[in-house]
Structures are given as C-alpha cells and as structure tokens.
Design a protein around this ligand. Structure first.
Ligand code: ADP
Ligand code: MG
Ligand code: MG
Length: 890
C-alpha cells in the first residue's frame, strides 16, 4: 500500500526535511520543525506522488487516498481536541500548496477552511469573540471563492469598500461583529450570483474543492511559465498541506509575520522581518496595511512610529529569536520564516532556506565559514555563480547630480536605467524590441513574472520588503523599489504622478534599489568595487579549482578588465576585429581586391605595423611585473566578403577611396559571395589559399613579442591558433609556414595549436595532435556543425524544440553534453593518446556557463575561456565543479 499522506504535529512527524521530493519543501520542513519540538500546528501532507499519479491517471486520485486523508484529519482532530465540521467545537484548517522548489504561480493558500453558517457560531462562542469569528468567515469566503471557485476577490473588496464608505469607516479594524456578519451575508449572496449556486457549506466539500484546486494549479499557465523560466520539471508535482488553523486575528495579543534570520539584502547578521498585529496570513505580504518592524533597531533605522515586535510583544519576541537561533543552527543556513501569534502563543508556520541577493549570499557564506558553522568548500557551494553578475555591474555614482521623483523601500539592490512601462505584457514586448524598461506597478502578483523578467528594475507603489515584488526581484537579482507610496498610477492616461509631477510612459528613469529611490532621466553609474567578501570567496575559489580561467578578449580595455577580474591568460584573441576599425579597413580591402600575390603582399605590408602594435598592446598587459600570461591568438577566421561593403552608397565611397571602379568592387564582392558562408571559404582555408595573410599575422605576433620583451624584460607567451581545421594536413602546412616566419624573425616563446570546431577535427584528433601543441574547443561552431544548426537562425524555432521536450536548453548557451560533449571527449582521448602534453581548453560562449564549466572540468580540460565579465563567475563555477567531483568521488 502506498503512503499518500504524512502526518505531523505534537512533537513528532512521519516525514522530515530529507523528504522534500515527496513532501514538497513546505511539508518537509513543517515535519522537521514538528520533530524538533517547535510549536507547529498539527497537520498532514498529501505527497507529490498524489499529484503525479493524479495527472498520470487522467486526473483521477488513487483509490486508497480518501481513507488516508480521513486518518490525517482524525490526527489533527485528536491533537487539537476539535472536530472538523462540528457546530460546537469546530476544527478549521488551512490548505497550502508546496512544491519541491518554492513556486509563486501556484494556488494561493486557503485559510479558515471549515467555516459555515453553523461552525462560525461555534467559533464565536469558543473564542468569546464574535467579531473575530465573522472576520475569519468573511476572509474564508473571499479566499475560497477567489482561489478555488474563480470569483475575483475584487467582487468582495468592492462590497467591503462600499460598506465602509456608507458607514464612514476608514479602517477594517473599525468594523464590529455585526458589520462583519452583515458583510458575510452579502459576500455569500455575491458568490451565489457569480456562481449560480450556493457557496459550499459542507466542510468536507470545501476541503475536497481546495485540494482539487491545489493539484489543478500545478498545470495552470502561471505555474507552467514559472517552471519554464526556472527549469523546474513538470514531473515533480506539488504536495498539499492541510493544517490546523491558528489565529493571528484574535485581537491585540495576536499577530502574524515573516522573518529572515539574517538580512536577505545585505547578509548582515541581524534579524529582519515584518509583522502585523491582529491580522492573518497574507495581510503582511499583500501590502494592505503597512507592517511593523521586528526589532527595535530596525524601527529606529527606518524612523518608524509603530512599535517593533521586540517592544510590543517582548516575551513572544524573545521566544521567536530563540527559534531563529535554533533553526539556523539546525539547517546551517539563513532561514526565511513565517509565524503567527495567537493570544500570546507563538506558532511556526514555515521555514525554508532564504532567498538572498548575491551580496548577501557572499557575506553569509563568508560569515558562516568564519564562525565555523560551515566549511570553506560549503561556503563556495552556497553562492550561485551566475548571481555574481549582479555585483559586477555598476551602481549609481555618489557624486552624480540626480533628481528624485519618488522614494520607497530599498527592496532589492542594484541600479538600472530604463523607460517607464505600466504592464507586464508591455514590458515584455518592449524588451523584445530591444528597449530597456522599468516596470512600474501599484503592486505585483504572480501574473507579472514575465514582465519582471523583462524589466531592468521594478517599482511598486504598495507593499513592504517582503511583498511579492520585493521577494521575486531579489530572487531574480533585479533592482526593486517597493512601497513608493506617493506614486499614483493612471493606467488610462499611461502615466504616473507623484505629488503633481507627471512621468509618462516611455520616459527614462533611474532606479536605485539600494536606497529605494527613483530618479528622473539617467543618473551616472560607477563600476563596482570587488573587495571584501567578494575577494575572499574568489580567493577560496582559486584554492579549490583546478581549471584555469582565461578570457576571450581582443581590445586592450577588455583584456585589462578580464585581468582585473582574475583572468589567467587569453584563451581567444580574435584578430579580425582588429581589421574592422575604420583606419585599417581600407588597407584590408585593398588586400582583398588585389588580383595577385604581389598586390596582396603590398597591402599586407601596410597592415603589418598596425597589427604589430595591436599585439604589442595586448602583450604589454599580459606580460608585466615579472609575470607572463599566455595569449592564444587566432589567425583570420571570417570569410573575406564580410569585409566588403554591401550597400550601394557604401560601395561607391569605398571604390572612390580605394581608387577602383564601383563595378570592379562589385564584381569582386560577387566573386566572393557564397551560398553558405559559414561553411565556406573561411578559417584556415583562407590561410591555405592566401598563405601571405597568415604569414603577415605571424610576423606581427613575433615582432610584437620581441618588442615587448625588450621593453619590459618579460617574454610574452604567444599561442598561435589556427581556426576551422578539419584535417591534419591543413595544420601541418600552416604550422610549417608559421615556423619559417618564427625562424626568420627570431621568435622567443611560441606554440602553434588549433581550434577544434568541426566534427571531423574531433574525430581525427589523433592525427591533428601530431602537429598541435594545444586544442581549444570552439564550441559555438562545434555546436553549429554537430547539430547542423545555424546559430543565427536557430532562435526562431529553438523555443519550439524546448517546449516539445526535444532539447532541454538552448545548446548555444549550455553545452549539449550528449552530442557535442561526446565529440569533445573523443577529441581529448584521441588527442592526448598521441600527444600527452597537449594543452586543452575551451573558448566558446560555453566557457562562461556554470553547467558547461562542470562538464569541462570532468572532461579533463585545463582551462575555460570566457568574456571578461564572466571571469569571476567562471572562477567560482570551476571551484564548485572541483568540489562537486571531490564529493562525488567519496
Ligand atoms: P505561501 O507559500 O504563499 O507562503 P503559505 O501556505 O505559506 O503560502 O501560507 C501563507 C500564509 O498563510 C502563511 O504565512 C500564514 O501566515 C498563513 N497560514 C497558513 N497556514 C496557516 C495556519 N494553519 N494557521 C494560520 N495561518 C496560516
Ligand atoms: Mg502565497
Ligand atoms: Mg509561506
């Protein structure tokens, strides 16, 4: 018999935190907390297998599920000493979804389930608080009708607002028992009007409806989009948690709140959170009332009037703080916690590892390692390598002039500039059209996920530090200002205003999520300082990793940036970029137009000194202060026609400057045109046809090398790389030519190797290795040629392939380990069998992708090479790969 239901509460549980896959994150951690002896309302979890079985069997539950749910209910009844559906002593429950990974977009929680016209009277009597009972009932009707029955909550909010207006009430707290009772009647009528039937009164019908809604929500559009964006497989399923209600809305000694054991924005080791007195559930997150701070220090820092929890409820606060300490010690990581206080008694409703900004991740990892709570390796594994990107980008220059439009809470750090938009669809559309946008909303909900993804930053008028916008933005690493209360959005007019000042859609603003300000126009930014925790994690990463990290760079600026970020060499210097510059293009075109070798050589002679200077500038950066870092320089790669003008107007100008006729120029361009240029006359094929081009480039490299060596006393290390080789013979011929030039110039320290970027080269790696000092896997072209898929056109249909489940990820972003990876492994094996000193690296885009880096580590490559801003990410990812394989080996 399958166990579909796992009970928890009363100091023990059937599950634990290791069972996340089965119980979902929420269920597993509720069980764990119950076993730890923490005050958790009793409940049960219906497993993710119920969900997967349900969908496998055409939306049918397993036969033996019902009795297990009944047993679960009986368990709660026993521990609470209440009875579900009983008129005198009613048990109320919450129904909560909970997948393995936390997933906005799933069904929202339903609270106070089990209330009806009879049980509400029982609850009133039991609690001695009629107002509370009817407040709970109207909350239940609203929530259940909204999330389970599909009646929009505005229906009820409108009724409430009208009621308040008529009676002259400002706040919900001014409504008395009778008022709520009246409203409950109106809510039920409204629900019936919308639904065409009575709001369900039978608690068991209510429960089944809520359970159906959770499992149903696993396949709703929002959840599907969220899963796609976050790589969560549909096959995981969600669990459902049914749990006894505890009430934060039982008056002034009751409250509800959320907390982090450390500051999720900065990583500071201080408690951080918000709470609301006499409130329930999502009131804190929904931003309906402004929450109060948790600690006195936080209140003082924010300049708040309302007392902190530490001041308002000192005893419960002390107990909560103790719980923070024990939970953090138990989970050995920062926790994100939800709690409720019912008449002075603390209840824990959720704990999970807290989402954090990159900056906080670094600080928490370093602090916990320093305190001996985790090891140095664990600290490295705790930081998401890709998230470092957040820290590598600019912040606002402190001295730059600025013009504040609005202020709110500093909900997620970082600065961004963009055009104002008001809807998520618009954000997405404009982003697709190449715009940078700032999404400005009254508040966000899970329906805004795609817009938040598209936006550079998010601004909301309502909500606190734990509002939907704030939490999601931090998770995405986007700047966010929440609760900018003075902003009034006028959707019809496509503008927002702040105390009379109007900002229209499309106007540029700057958002600073670190301070919570929104500025008019563009504010100047500065580069980040990469010291402190960042430097420490990088130093630890360098200790742990075995892969070398190089960079793909050709301009002195990029080379210097990469070196500053810790690059240990250049893995790919593309020489063609050097020809595209206006001042050089003329000579290069002259070379292309030359009809014979003499003509080409004359043109190349003019290019030689310029190329020599280019290489010297790079060598000067990489060979310095007694240290020489290797520079892999790739000889000319693209087809020549790319260098000729294509527009008619350009053709005439170019013809004039070159002193040829436009006709001559056009006919040469036609000669060079190819049907399939990427598979055409390019790479080493140019070197075979026109040896003088590669000879000039080799000469420039060697002369630059000598020049820099004599200037600085440090000899640059030149690794000359031949592109697009498919046979050993090509490399043999071209290497011989380069060796001749080397001898002629008196080259100092050089080697010749090749890119492996064609399947044939990978297969024939054995013969090729006889002539190569190194292989560098050019995985962009290798992916293209292995799949027979054009990188430039694949974008149009790859999403179909991902949706259809044919490929999991864009193979141009994350290396296709099965196919392309296989070719790499073959090349490594065959190449090293012939030449055991063969240096192995990768220089495709994949060199900066953590998953691909892990593959490179396991495949035995010596280094990865990536763009300058990816270097720190690659350093950490390489360390994580080394640690992961160490763990796997144990
Ligand atoms: P989410 O995954 O969106 O955080 P939860 O299931 O955690 O949804 O529920 C949201 C909030 O509802 C909780 O933070 C808590 O305040 C409230 N809640 C859930 N279950 C209970 C319960 N049994 N008693 C009281 N409040 C509850
Ligand atoms: Mg929720
Ligand atoms: Mg929660």
């Amino acid at each position: 018999m399958t166990q579909w239901v796992y009970a928890f509460g009363g100091g023990s549980a059937e599950g634990d935190t290791s069972m996340k896959n089965l119980l979902g994150g929420k269920g597993a951690n509720l069980a764990e907390m119950a076993s730890l002896g923490l005050p958790v309302p009793p409940g049960f979890t219906m497993t993710t297998e119920v969900c997967t079985t349900y969908y496998k069997n055409g939306e049918q539950y397993p036969d033996d599920l019902d009795p297990q749910v009944e047993a679960g209910l009986a368990h709660i009844e026993k521990l609470t000493d209440k009875v579900f559906g009983d008129a005198e002593n009613p048990l109320l429950v919450s129904v909560r979804s909970g997948a393995r990974a936390s997933m906005p977009g799933m069904m929202d929680t339903v609270l106070n389930l089990g209330l009806n016209d009879e049980t509400v009277e029982g609850l009133a009597k039991l609690s001695g608080d009629r107002r509370f009972a009817f407040d709970s009932y109207r909350r239940f009707i609203t929530m259940y009708a909204d999330v389970v029955l599909g009646v929009h909550h505005h229906t009820f909010e409108d009724i409430l607002e009208t009621f308040k207006d008529n009676r002259g009430y400002m706040l919900d707290t001014e409504l008395n028992a009778e008022d709520w009772e009246t409203l409950v009647g109106r809510f039920k009528d409204a629900a019936k009007r919308e639904l065409g039937y009575d709001f369900p009164q039978d608690p068991r019908v209510q429960l089944q409806g809520a359970i159906d809604a959770v499992f149903g929500s696993w396949m709703n559009d929002r959840a599907v989009v969220y899963r796609r964006l976050n790589d969560i497989p549909a096959a995981w399923g969600t669990a459902v948690n049914v749990q006894a209600m505890v009430f934060g809305n039982m008056g002034e000694t009751s409250a509800t709140g959320v907390a982090f054991t450390r500051d999720p924005s900065t990583g500071e080791n201080t408690y951080y959170g918000e709470f609301l007195i006499n409130a329930q559930g999502e009131d804190v997150v929904a931003g309906i009332r402004t929450p109060q701070t948790l600690t006195k220090v936080a209140r003082e820092n924010m300049g708040d009037e309302a007392p902190s929890m530490e001041e308002a409820m000192p005893d419960v606060y002390a107990q909560l703080a103790e719980t923070f300490v024990s939970l953090e010690a138990h989970y050995r990581d920062m926790q994100d916690i939800e709690f409720t206080v019912e008449r002075g008694k603390l209840w824990m409703l959720q704990t999970r590892t807290g989402k954090r900004t990159a900056r906080a991740a670094l600080k928490i990892a370093v602090d916990m390692a320093a305190a001996g709570q985790i090891s140095q390796d664990e600290a490295l594994m705790r930081v998401d390598a890709l998230s470092l990107d957040q820290l590598l980008h600019p912040t606002l220059s402190p001295d730059a002039p600025r013009d504040i439009i609005a202020s709110g809470l500093p909900a997620s750090p970082g600065a961004a500039i963009g055009e104002v938009v008001f809807t998520s669809d618009e954000a997405e559309a404009l982003k697709k059209a190449g715009h940078k946008v700032i999404l400005v909303r009254t508040e966000t909900s899970p329906e805004d996920i795609h817009g938040m993804h598209a936006a550079e930053a998010i601004v909301t008028a309502r909500g606190g530090m734990t509002s939907h916008a704030a939490v999601v933005a931090r998770g995405m690493g986007k700047p966010c200002v929440s609760g900018a209360g003075t902003i009034r959005i006028d959707l019809a007019a496509q503008e927002f205003s702040v105390m009379g000042r109007v900002v229209k859609k499309g106007e540029t603003v700057t958002v600073d999520g670190a301070t919570g300000h929104v500025f008019a126009g563009e504010v100047e930014m500065i580069q980040p300082e990469l010291s402190g925790d960042f430097a420490k994690i990088m130093a630890w990463a360098d200790e742990a990793r075995t892969l070398g990290i190089r960079t793909n760079a050709e301009t002195p600026l990029d080379v210097q940036t990469a070196k500053d970020f810790g690059a240990e060499g250049i893995g790919l210097c593309r020489t063609e970029h050097m020809f595209f510059e206006e001042s050089r293009l003329g000579n290069f075109r002259e070379m292309i137009l030359a009809t014979d070798k003499d003509g080409r050589e004359a043109a190349l002679a003019k290019i030689l000194p310029v190329q020599t200077d280019d290489f010297a500038a790079i060598f000067r950066i990489m060979a310095k202060d007694g240290q020489s870092l290797p520079c892999t320089i790739r000889l000319l790669d693209p087809p020549l026609h790319e260098f000729l003008p294509h527009e008619e107007a350009d053709i005439q100008t170019v013809a004039d400057t070159l002193g040829v006729s436009a006709r001559e120029l056009m006919s040469r361009a036609r000669e060079l045109a190819e049907t399939n240029p990427m598979l055409g006359h390019r790479g080493c094929r140019l070197g075979i046809s026109y040896p003088e081009i590669y000879e000039m480039q080799a000469r420039a490299i060697f002369e630059a090398q000598k020049q820099v060596a004599s200037e600085s006393g440090v000899t640059p290390i030149a690794e000359i790389m031949i592109p697009l080789v498919s046979s050993a013979k090509e490399l043999e011929i071209l290497k011989a030519a380069i060796d001749r030039i080397a001898q002629d110039v008196g080259a100092l320290d050089y080697s010749v190797g090749t890119m492996i970027e064609l399947p044939r080269a990978a297969l024939r790696a054995g013969d090729i290795a006889e002539h190569a000092a190194f292989f560098s896997f050019g995985t962009n072209d290798l992916t293209q040629t292995t799949f027979g898929l054009s990188r430039d056109d694949a974008g149009r249909f790859l999403p179909d392939y991902v949706r259809a489940g044919i490929i999991e990820k864009d193979p141009f972003v994350t290396l296709d380990q099965d196919g392309v990876g296989d070719l790499i492994s073959i090349a490594v094996e065959r190449g090293t069998a012939v030449n055991k000193d063969l240096k192995l690296g990768i220089c495709g885009e994949h060199g900066g992708d953590p998953a691909s880096i892990r593959f490179c580590h396991n495949a035995g490559l010596k280094y990865v090479s990536c763009s300058p801003y990816r270097v720190p990410i690659a350093r950490l990812a390489a360390a994580q790969a080394a640690i992961a394989s160490k763990i796997a080996a144990h």
